[in-house]
Design a protein. Structure first.
Length: 363
């Protein structure tokens, strides 16, 4: 995307596409693959993530499994992912139409704000879960209050909402004459805003949380492997926790690392670091794919934190056992009513036929 002399314009949900005049001849090829593949990825992520997160909220909001610290963070994480996923269909249409935003100015700002909220809220809730796991395993006698977890969740939501102020202020629809579209873009008052916000996102939304998570889980692993008490009896539990620990760290790192590295390179370019045309083109071409990877974390979270863990499966099975008899009774009741109605309808038809035959003098 070209950058005006007075405005800093970005064309996709987050990325600052980096192109210069010498790279323009390759841009149609790049936009074609984005236009075809990105909407497909977004649609798949939306469907998978929406179902998974709705199931998480439904299961953990039942009265029998609501009041734990871990569940509090899980429900908030799922809610954050659902808010973000609700904006994905709009971005899918945006890409498929070649960066032509047809939903209006308010939707442009709102969808951008939902993305920003998720970037911070999701990673902060994951970090809180990591700290809670660390305290529960390494310091099992420490106090872990649900009320305290709810207070922290409120603070996280407030911080995430405040992080949308630049998005609400700078994101707007903007006509792009070279593409003949009206794009939903970030329009900054000067060239320093983009690198500053990007570096803040890299630091607060990735680097610091990842350091905290990696530290917590490395200490959890060391504690489990070096604890001599009841090691044989707890071996299965240790293996299960270690597998989940590795999955948590790797999923977060693999989903978001590429995006933050590419945006960091874009910020360096804006601060005056010169890259070759090929490097700039590679950054611009890979950013949409890196966004797909990052967004997929919202679809992976329910499976990673819930379906892999025995606790969620136990809650789901317990909920099924509670609901299944009621559904079976309702199904039997409906079946009985339908059978009764069918018999009555048959009797009515038979009586009508007999009456008709008698009126016509049938033997």
């Amino acid at each position: 995307m070209d950058t005006d002399s007075s405005l800093n314009v970005t064309d996709a949900p987050f990325q600052h596409q980096v192109q210069n005049d010498s790279c323009d001849y390759l841009s149609p090829t790049v936009s074609q693959y984005q236009r075809r593949l990105v909407p497909i990825f977004y649609t798949f992520i939306f469907l998978l993530g929406f179902f998974g997160n709705m199931l998480v909220i439904y299961v953990f909001c039942q009265s029998s499994s609501r009041r734990t610290v871990a569940n509090t963070y899980l429900v908030n994480l799922a809610a954050s992912d659902l808010l973000f996923l609700s904006s994905l269909p709009f971005w899918a249409v945006y890409y498929s139409m070649g960066y032509d935003w047809v939903f209006g100015r308010l939707a442009c700002k709102l969808c951008g704000a939902l993305l920003t909220i998720n970037v911070y809220a999701s990673v902060f809730f994951i970090t809180c879960m990591s700290v809670d796991r660390y305290r529960a395993i390494v310091y099992p006698l420490s106090t872990r209050s649900v009320c305290h977890a709810r207070t922290i969740s409120v603070v996280i939501w407030l911080v995430a909402v405040l992080s949308t102020v630049p998005t609400l202020a700078f994101r707007d629809i903007h006509p792009l004459s070279q593409l003949n579209v009206t794009a939903c873009v970030m329009i900054y008052p000067n060239s320093l805003w983009h690198p500053m916000l990007t570096l803040a996102k890299n630091t607060l939304g990735f680097l610091m949380p990842f350091v905290v998570m990696a530290t917590c889980y490395s200490r959890i692993g060391r504690h489990l492997l070096t604890t001599p008490d009841h090691l044989e009896q707890a071996q299965n539990r240790i293996d299960r926790v270690l597998r989940l620990v590795i999955a948590v760290v790797l999923a977060f790192f693999l989903c978001w690392c590429t995006f933050h590295v590419l945006t960091f390179l874009g910020a360096l370019r804006d601060l005056g670091v010169n890259f070759s045309c090929r490097t700039d083109l590679a950054v611009g071409a890979l950013l949409p794919i890196s966004l797909c990877l990052g967004f997929s974390n919202s679809a992976i979270n329910p499976f990673l934190y819930c379906f892999v863990g025995n606790h969620f499966r136990e809650q789901l099975c317990r909920l099924y056992d509670e609901k299944a008899p009621r559904l079976s009774q309702k199904r039997d009741s409906i079946s009985t009513r339908l059978s009764s109605f069918s018999r009555k309808l048959s009797d009515v038809k038979d009586s009508g036929t007999i009456e008709n035959l008698s009126q016509n003098g049938a033997p």
